[in-house]
Design a protein around this ligand. Structure first.
Ligand SMILES: Nc1ncnc2c1ncn2[C@@H]1O[C@H](COP(=O)(O)OP(=O)(O)OP(=O)(O)O)[C@@H](O)[C@H]1O
Ligand SMILES: [Mg+2]
Length: 358
């Protein structure tokens, strides 16, 4: 296992005499020893590019990649000893046992050792009962497990995953997700996991780098990202639903949203430095909603109510402002008048551009 450190990494793809794409811009990130870190962001934000740079499949236009103290930029992917698992499992035309044994055979590991290593890895990944099977008869989830086993058998320095669950069915996805997490706990190899699925990143990773347009917007532990997003993009991208953002105007000691107001007397001096337009951010599950009036609540209307199994998602409208509230148990139905409150400790205040202030 190694610590992977990216220093000022930028990458430009040149696709024609005049066409250039700046895919990642000046990225600085450290993935600690034996950690499980995710690169999370929308399509095209540069996740795969960064991953390929770590693997040595692309050489960055500028910047440095270190594995512990060693700069690995001059090293080939093989010399870096990096294992990659991609979206589409690619297996050789040989049975599962031979597929897993292949990397060992290619470096002439003695046969008795091959046997032992394949057995151990197959048990770890849960493919022991299909060792004699030809991959063409396997479903996508099982194929992906075999790829995982074949990568593991080499005892890589770093494990790189690029959206490995995307093509699995929902059940296969859940199974593979817990398998990867279990492996990480057991083998303690540094793992870097690319995904555009925030739920996957939040459940799997110790740390998440949220990317957008080739830059890292925020790199933190999942709870920090969820509770203290640095800006509107992160707040909205993480969570299901994303954080609510409601725009209003500072007037005296309150932010005025038209039909309701939010008291900011304790922070008003600080807010004044940022002008008069603000957004408050609050997660749907922290909003208090009742059909009866209560202290500090303002009146609104439920315009949509969706049952999600263990919770209910309400769309609430107050004047021209709309937001979502998520409740575990509620008798609120579409069309009901509701009373709503934003608990102070759960409200964040952002400037007009969506950058976190408080
Ligand atoms: N081989 C390439 N040649 C030219 N441009 C490329 C190449 N690969 C990626 N790009 C461009 O670089 C940018 C980043 O792409 P990248 O594939 O790294 O993003 P991504 O976050 O992995 O996206 P996705 O979620 O769709 O896989 C995009 O604008 C993409 O079009
Ligand atoms: Mg990609």
């Amino acid at each position: 296992m190694v610590e992977v450190r990216l220093e000022n990494i930028s990458h430009i793809y040149v696709t024609g005499r005049k066409t250039q794409t700046l895919a990642v811009k000046d990225i600085n990130l450290t993935f600690p020893h034996a950690s499980f870190c995710a690169l999370l962001g929308p399509s095209g934000c540069g996740k795969t590019t960064l991953m390929r740079i770590i693997a040595g499949l692309n050489i960055q236009t500028s910047g440095h990649v270190y594995f512990d103290q060693q700069e690995v930029t001059p090293l080939t992917p093989r010399e870096r000893n990096v294992a990659m698992v991609f979206q589409f499992p690619v297996l050789y035309e040989m049975n599962v046992y031979e597929n897993i044994a292949f990397p060992l055979r290619s470096v002439k590991v003695p046969e008795n050792e091959v046997k032992k290593k394949v057995k151990d890895v197959a048990e770890l990944v849960g493919v022991t009962d299909i060792l004699n099977v030809h991959p063409s008869t396997l479903d996508m989830g099982s194929k992906q497990k075999v790829v995982l086993a074949r990568a593991l058998v080499r005892e890589p320095n770093v494990f790189l995953f690029d959206e490995p669950l995307t093509n699995l069915d929902p059940l296969g996805r859940l199974e593979m997700r817990s398998k990867i997490k279990e492996l990480q706990r057991n083998i303690k190899t540094t793992m870097i996991y690319v995904t555009h699925d925030q739920a996957e990143a939040l459940t799997l990773a110790d740390k998440i780098a949220v990317m957008d347009f080739g830059i890292v917007v925020q790199y933190d532990e999942p709870t920090t990202l969820y509770e203290h997003p640095k800006n509107e993009f992160v707040g909205f991208f993480l969570g299901n639903p994303g954080m609510n953002f409601i725009q209003g105007t500072l007037e005296g000691n309150e932010i005025n949203f038209g039909e309701f107001k939010y008291d900011v007397s304790d922070v008003v001096e600080k807010l004044k430095e940022y002008g008069t337009e603000f957004k408050i951010g609050i997660r749907a599950e922290y909003i208090k909603v009742s059909k009866k009036p209560f202290k500090g609540a303002f009146k609104g209307k439920c315009i949509v109510s969706e049952h999600l199994g263990t919770s209910t998602l309400l769309d609430i409208k107050v004047g021209d402002k709309e937001f979502k509230a998520k409740l575990r148990i509620t008798d609120v139905k579409e069309g009901d008048e509701v009373y709503v409150q934003f608990p102070k400790e759960k409200v964040h205040i952002f400037n007009k551009a969506g950058e976190l202030i408080i």
